[in-house]
Design a protein around this ligand. Structure first.
Ligand code: SAM
Length: 448
């Protein structure tokens, strides 16, 4: 037996059924067809992570000796090593039987999911880039649909122990109130609004009725958003044998670090192996990388936490996106150092390129060619010639962001925390930007 092969059969023991909280009754008014729904609306509900671990072990999940689920606050959990782990050792193994895999979900739901996806893609009448964006996100949609289908089965879902171990509350951009998003600086605001739009499209596609879900479920905004956020904050992406997104119960318990000690590997059958990248001493948190360690803002927007170990942030020159793209630069190269405020050389290139484009197209072309061919001599010449102007443009940008951050933080701090629980993480994010830009401003002032 495996949860992915047999659906509609419950395997967890009846003792665990009694742990269903009183809130399930409240939710039943929305989905009266199933008993014991996970209490998504109760943010204080106990996450039953240990039953999830037992359940996963029953289906072949294995872990290295001393690997334990731990939590300091009973809200956020992580995996810890209580015994040393050696390089290359398998830390956690999750068999494909209990892995949610967007490729398998496609097969499982077949035509109904394909119809929902067609609605999703056809609904986008605008630019090709947006359409491509939606195609790119379909694996996330598949995970979300599967989570909802399993949610709706209540305790009859073979995945119930996993569903009941999940967080009920999220702090990422999608989960923010309008008032909260109005406190984000432009780059974080842009990431958040893109994701909110994506979420809204997914939710709307589900409401067309193709995916086998009740109207009660798809019209319950709280549940649908929860499913989206579970998928969005816990997936692991693979590119072989095909592009897919996977969630492996237990492997989804690792937190992020800029310099992680573990990595996730997936074999061709979809089994997940979490492997130690180095010697891990007893007492360490087991971590993986969720994304670019040079740029905390996308992590903040997607996952709702601010990494404490980022040494750089993106320079936030959103207004120069055409120049950034024109020069073929990556956001990850356009950084300020969080400890010193130091500016990456390519940031100067982008500001200078914009000035040249506005004032001297011939010079802009020559500068562009020099950037493409790494002709440092020519770049240096232009930098020296236009230094005063580039410096002024950079200062203006830095002071604008500083001013914005200050205003936005003040606004966030005026909110009631009970109504807007994401204020602390927003303020922490804005303060990181503010403190870094303050140091950058001081460096720019020293330059002239
Ligand atoms: C894949 S889950 C990891 C397990 C999660 N901590 C839990 O309790 O279920 C991703 C979520 O963990 C939290 N998280 C991961 N890394 C973190 C970090 N370095 N600091 C704070 N929170 C983190 C965030 O809430 C994120 O959305």
């Amino acid at each position: 037996f495996s949860p992915n092969l047999v659906s509609g059969v419950s395997v967890f023991d009846s003792a665990r059924r009694t742990r269903t909280t009183a809130n399930a009754a409240a939710l039943n008014q929305y989905a009266p067809q199933a008993a014991g729904l996970v209490d998504v609306s109760d943010i204080y509900a106990q996450r039953d992570v240990y039953s999830m671990e037992e359940w996963a072990a029953q289906f072949g999940m294995q872990k290295a000796p001393g690997v334990e689920i731990a939590s300091e606050d009973g809200v956020d959990y992580s995996l810890q090593a209580t015994q040393p782990i050696s390089t290359g050792q398998s830390v956690v193994y999750v068999p494909s039987d209990i892995v949610l895999n967007s490729a398998s979900i496609q097969q499982e739901f077949g035509e109904s999911l394909a119809q929902a996806e067609a609605v999703l893609v056809q609904g986008i009448k605008v630019r090709v880039r947006v359409k491509e964006g939606i195609n790119y996100r379909l694996p996330l949609f598949r995970l979300m649909a599967k989570i909802l289908v399993e949610y709706e089965k209540g305790q009859e879902s073979a995945f119930y122990p996993w569903l009941n171990s999940l967080p009920r509350q999220f702090f990422n951009g999608v989960s923010m109130t309008k008032a909260c998003t109005s406190c984000l600086p432009p780059y974080a605001g842009w990431l958040t609004s893109n994701e909110k739009i994506n979420y809204a499209r997914f939710a709307q596609a589900l409401r067309q009725g193709w995916v086998p879900l009740s109207q009660e479920t798809v019209s319950n905004e709280e549940v649908v958003k929860w499913a989206y956020n579970v998928a969005f904050t816990r997936f692991h992406e693979v590119w072989q044998p095909e592009r897919a997104k996977l969630i492996g119960p237990m492997a989804d318990m690792l937190n992020h670090a800029a310099d992680p000690n573990c990595a996730i590997e997936v074999d061709y059958s979809g089994n997940i192996n979490v492997v130690a990248l180095r010697e891990i001493p007893a007492g360490s948190a087991l971590t993986i990388s969720y994304g670019d360690p040079t740029n905390p803002t996308p992590l903040f927007a997607q996952y709702g936490f601010l990494p404490q170990d980022c040494t750089t942030i993106f320079c936030k020159a959103m207004h120069l996106e055409p120049q950034i793209r024109g020069l073929g630069y990556d956001f990850a190269e356009l950084l300020f150092q969080t400890e010193t405020g130091e500016i990456a050389p390519k940031v100067w290139d982008v500001f200078l390129y914009s000035i040249l484009q506005q004032n001297d197209s011939g010079a802009a072309q020559q500068f562009y060619a020099a950037c493409q061919s790494d002709d440092e001599g020519t770049k240096e010449q232009y930098n020296a010639q236009y230094f005063e102007y580039t410096l002024a443009a950079l200062k203006e940008h830095v002071y604008t962001i500083l001013n914005d951050c200050e205003q936005l933080t003040m606004r966030a701090q005026s909110y009631d925390l009970n109504q807007h629980p994401r204020v602390p993480v927003i303020v922490a994010h804005n303060e990181l930007v503010f403190n870094t830009f303050t140091m950058t401003a001081a460096l720019l002032e020293q330059m002239g």
